[in-house]
Write a protein that binds this ligand. Sequence first.
Ligand SMILES: O=P(O)(O)OC[C@H]1O[C@H](OP(=O)(O)OP(=O)(O)O)[C@H](O)[C@@H]1O
Length: 181
Amino acid sequence: MTTAPQELTVTIGDVSRTLPTVRAGGMGRVPLVEFIGDSEFTKAVAQEMVALIPAGTEVLLTVVTNALPLTHELSDRSGLPYVCARKKRRTYMQQPLIQDVPSMTLGVAETLWLDGPHAERLKGKRVTIVQDVVASGGTAQALARLVERAGGTVSGYLAAFRQGTPTLDVIALQDLPRTLS
Ligand SMILES: O=P(O)(O)OC[C@H]1O[C@H](OP(=O)(O)OP(=O)(O)O)[C@H](O)[C@@H]1O
């Protein structure tokens, strides 16, 4: 007998989304949060997150891909500048900081690249790390290391959703189940 995958509906502000579930590595089905291609949901989430930005934050730091539109909207609403790490080297990068992600939920090895001029914008600043989802916390740890290497300090970890029990102290709008079936 086949069991239909469970659905998960989340509501942020007055916007609701039924999240698709996907198989992720050996984890079973996990809810998939997508901001790419969904400006209405992205704006609603950013609107709710503004109040959660730690006091004293001077710069937001995120990483491509899915967290980028969310951080852009958060920057727009908070007035704080943001910096974005890449997951691929670009030929135009100047003395980038290169940081491996220690572990990831989906089990895919990843390396973060922060262009030198962008790293300069973190120097001496209090930086909040912004993500769409924090699960294991591996990506957050790698971003924190980039902040330190750039000469900044981490003010906090802010995510739209926390999935599971990351070891880091993450401020999140909502918790998502680790697996659905
Ligand atoms: O806490 P962790 O276990 O590190 O997992 C969280 C990361 O996993 C997802 O990235 P994904 O690989 O799906 O990247 P994408 O945004 O480029 O799709 C999500 O966007 C977070 O960055």
